[in-house]
Design a protein around this ligand. Structure first.
Ligand SMILES: [Zn+2]
Ligand SMILES: [Zn+2]
Length: 415
């Protein structure tokens, strides 16, 4: 038997339904904020991620699906999508479009990680990017959008974790201060953090293996922000207050990717453990430059769809049951069955025509196996009169109805 590749999975049944419904809510919410879709390719040159995500990061060092194609070029299955959007911005001269440019995306990404519960090597990401404007108003708007997305999905006990990680001017200085403070504790650090101590000491702040006691004793980045970063952060907080978005300042929030600057945030749902964020994002004012474009500030957030589907299931966010109508008919009345099915489908319900045949009794059994809400029964006598028998499968009641009345009988009373 051939199985799925390790770390990949089929999404089907209830999961597929929740997945698509979630996607629709996401699309509908971002549309109202003026976002347009971009569909980048899954495959990119490896250099894109080395330059954007950053060479010192776990993603680039350990987790990329990178291979050499038949033309001898190094290509990678994208591990995230912001880099692709930024690449497209430079490549297609999006700077000529009205700014800020608001884009959203949804698609599969790949990371070669150890598969574990809720974490796959192929996973779907939904995200938004706002490009070409450095106004703190946009930071607040993107955070409020992220919050609204989670709210519209019916998720509960929502909270925003917020931090600023500075810019090229102020972060290097904080890095030095942080290294100084960490130096006496170097031997206690985990293996990854010993390496991060030199390459990216900020990441030590969000390492799950390090003690909170140590992390809380370290200097806070918000005390080392330059004037510009400080003012930006104050405005973001002020706007969030105006929008009534509840947030909590968290100095250990640094996000995993190198390209973030200034504002970083996560939306957390109370039903998850402390380590689990629903979605995360931030500002990345140098990313486009790194990729060879002009100075173009940007920001955005991304959501892992699998995580979201899991949380929606756990919180029982209802799947909104589809009404299924089964059509049973006497042999020879297929034409009537087809016409009844199209009437039902045109009214927006799901219609399934029996294909196994047999007595009406047997067909009714097929209907209950499929959890049909109603079965339409077409017999000789009814066919001649232009009526059908309509059986309510839950109430176990049956009555004769005119074909013209069928839709209102199904939808009107039980909707
Ligand atoms: Zn700064
Ligand atoms: Zn560590």
């Amino acid at each position: 038997m051939i199985k799925t590749v390790r770390g990949c999975k089929d999404i089907y049944g209830e999961d597929a339904e929740i997945f698509r419904k979630t996607e629709n809510v996401l699309r509908e919410t971002v549309r109202k904020y003026g976002f347009k879709e971009i569909i980048p390719p899954v495959l990119e040159y490896s250099e894109l991620f080395e330059r954007s995500v950053g060479e010192g990061t776990d993603i680039v060092e350990k987790e990329m699906y990178t291979f050499t194609d038949k033309g001898g070029r190094s290509v990678t299955l994208r591990p995230e999508m912001t880099a692709s959007v930024a690449r497209a911005y430079v490549e297609h001269h999006f700077e000529t479009m009205p700014s800020p440019l608001k884009l959203f995306y949804i698609g599969p990404c790949f990371r070669y990680e150890k598969p574990q519960k809720g974490r796959y090597r192929e996973f779907y990401q939904f995200g938004v990017e706002v490009l070409g404007d450095e106004s703190p108003l946009l930071d607040a708007e993107v955070i409020s959008l992220a919050y609204e997305v989670a709210e519209n999905l019916g998720l509960e006990n929502l909270k925003v974790r917020l931090n600023s990680i500075g810019c090229k001017k102020c972060r290097p200085q904080y890095k030095k201060v942080l290294q100084e403070a960490l130096k006496p504790h170097y031997d206690e650090l985990c293996e990854d953090c010993k390496r991060r101590f030199y390459t990216n000491p900020l990441r030590i702040l969000d390492c799950k293996k390090e003690k909170d006691e140590l992390k809380n004793s370290l200097p806070k980045i918000t005390d080392y922000l330059c004037g510009e970063c400080k003012e930006h952060f104050e405005k973001v907080k002020k706007y969030l207050d105006m929008m009534n978005i509840p947030y909590e300042l968290d100095n250990t929030l640094v996000r995993g990717l190198d390209y973030y600057t200034k504002t970083v945030f996560e939306v957390v749902s109370g039903h998850l453990g402390a380590q689990n964020a629903l979605l995360g994002g931030g500002r990345y004012d140098y990313l486009i430059e790194e990729l060879g474009g002009r100075h173009t500030p940007g920001l955005g957030f991304a959501i892992g769809m699998e995580r979201l589907v899991e949380v929606m299931k756990a919180q029982g966010s209802e799947k909104g049951e589809e009404k299924l109508i089964y059509i049973a008919y006497m042999d020879g009345l297929e034409k009537n069955a087809f016409s009844v099915a199209s009437i039902i489908r045109n009214a927006g319900f799901t219609a399934i025509i029996d294909s196994k045949g047999g007595s009406i009794g047997k067909q009714l059994k097929h209907a209950s196996k499929r959890n049909a809400s109603f079965t339409v029964i077409i017999g000789e006598e009814e066919a001649e009169k232009g009526t059908v028998q309509l059986k309510d499968m839950k109430k176990k009641k049956q009555k004769e109805v005119e074909i013209e009345e069928l839709v209102s009988e199904i939808g009107g009373k039980n909707a």
